[in-house]
Design a protein around this ligand. Structure first.
Ligand code: APR
Length: 317
């Protein structure tokens, strides 16, 4: 059986990390693509030279022409600009919207059967543009945000409870970052919901509220520390988990920016919801009952996404 082909559009900080992880996890051959000639080729060669040490046989190549992504099974898009201190994800919209047009057209022409994962911010808007310009089925184009937001939440909860990160699950809904909706009654330590853990004296509501806020500001915290760019290790790990679930038909239940078509009373937009990811892409959107507070937070988040979609719709084509 031929190896899978993974195309990484954007060979910057996240793109390079994605290539290394794809190799380490033996997910398939990797093509790194970037408009800056030399960078994708250099990173591909550097990682290929690690392969004898790490023991993987993936073939890594770099390219600056879209033909190189032909026939890719998975495309992960990080092309665009990241934010600098003082910028919000939304400040990137004009520049990155133009990039999504070029990338979407490149995917349409070269690998229309791919599963596409968008990471470029502002995520919920960019994934919609990528779907529009690529013309791929909506279930085959998703955005990576929820896995990262919930990973940050899980990490902080594990630290608070003094337990393994592996035993902490977290459930988030909504747009990426500031308006993310953490559902603490569905976030657990080995199945014990966070509200029960508060009752058991493991933490306080106040501490959990602080953790939720830190999670919402998780991206900004990293931008503030790095000063020259945004987070890249955890975003890359998160997207690789999604790619793996598709390629291996694992049917992982993962929160993604997915196209909603009636679920949660919403139509015609991408927003963060729990999904089942398998060989057909988004195979199911998991629709849960929300209580009044959660509904209000989710509506706030959806409205923020809708506002940005309107801004994007008003941009010159
Ligand atoms: N086509 C292909 N690549 C492009 C294009 C384009 N039209 N425009 C820019 N790029 C490339 C840049 O040359 C750069 O190598 O995208 C890469 C982006 O890499 P970084 O600047 O290192 O950014 P990174 O940290 O990887 O983040 C990328 O993901 O999390 C989001 O907000 C973040 O939107 C940003 C994206």
């Amino acid at each position: 059986m031929a190896r899978n082909k993974i195309a990484l559009v954007g060979a910057g900080n996240i793109g390079g990390t994605l290539a290394l992880l794809a190799g380490l996890k033996d997910l398939g051959d990797v093509v790194l693509f970037d408009i800056v000639d030399g960078v994708p080729q250099g990173k591909a060669l550097d990682i290929a030279e690690a392969s004898p040490v790490e023991g993987f046989d993936s073939v890594l190549t770099g390219a600056s022409s879209y033909e190189a992504i032909a026939g890719a099974d998975v495309v992960i898009v990080t092309a665009g600009i990241p934010r600098k201190p003082g910028m919000s994800r939304d400040d990137l919209i004009g520049t990155n919207a133009k990039v999504m047009k070029a990338v979407g057209e490149g995917i349409k022409a070269n690998c229309p059967d791919a599963f596409v994962i968008c990471i470029t911010n502002p995520l919920d808007v960019m994934v919609g543009l990528l779907q529009k310009y690529s013309g791929l089925p909506k279930n085959k184009v998703v955005g990576m945000a929820g896995v990262l937001d919930s990973a940050r939440f899980r990490y902080f909860l594990a630290e608070e409870f003094g337990v393994s990160v592996e035993d902490v699950t977290a459930f988030v809904l909504g747009g990426h970052g500031d308006t993310m909706v953490p559902l603490i009654r569905y976030s657990t330590v080995a199945g014990i919901p966070v509200p029960d853990l508060i009752k058991m004296g493991w933490s306080s509501q106040e501490k959990i509220d602080q953790i939720i806020q830190r999670t919402r500001d998780g991206g900004a915290e990293i931008v503030g520390l790095l000063k020259t760019g945004s987070a890249f290790y955890a975003p890359a790990s998160s997207a690789i988990q999604m790619a793996e679930s598709y390629l291996k038909d694992k049917k992982r239940v993962l929160p993604c920016a997915a196209y909603v078509d009636g679920q949660y009373g919403l139509n015609g937009l991408y927003v963060g919801v729990p999904t089942v990811l398998g060989a057909d892409g988004v195979e199911k959107i998991v629709e849960i009952e929300l209580n009044a507070d959660e509904k209000a937070m989710f509506e706030h988040s959806v409205n923020a996404v809708k506002t940005l979609n309107e801004v994007a719709a008003g941009l010159p084509d």
